[in-house]
Design a protein around this ligand. Sequence first.
Ligand code: THU
Length: 134
Amino acid sequence: MTDRELLEIAVEARKKSYSPYSGFRVGAALLGKSGKIYTGCNVENAAYTPTNCAERTAVFKAVSEGEREFSAIAIVGGKGEDVADFCAPCGVCRQVLAEFCDGDFRVVLGTPDNIRVYSFAEILPLSFGKNDLA
Ligand code: THU
């Protein structure tokens, strides 16, 4: 599975985004170490705070199906039909990913023309996690 292939799956997942309030549509594709891919989209709510981001949708789907180890996530987001810029995962999603992902987990961000890849350690340095509670 290449980064570009994973991004294409995130682009497809984005089409399912339920975002009538913000109009900001996000898709994610999470690659499990088993090789299985879990997709997610953002799911908004009239009460706003119950909204779930695309990344967390993908993580929760995966964990609820028994997968807990991951190698990469691809994320695509933007207003309306367009993807004008890179969409980085929000702080809450980074914390949720931290529960299951190592520092070398790959975070793949895409626009129609460009791709950027970060390690998880780069985007969440000095994190708080399960080792702190050991
Ligand atoms: N959103 C995501 O799904 N992922 C992110 O990384 C950033 C934000 C969603 C939440 C909300 O539905 C909309 O984008 C605007 O914040």
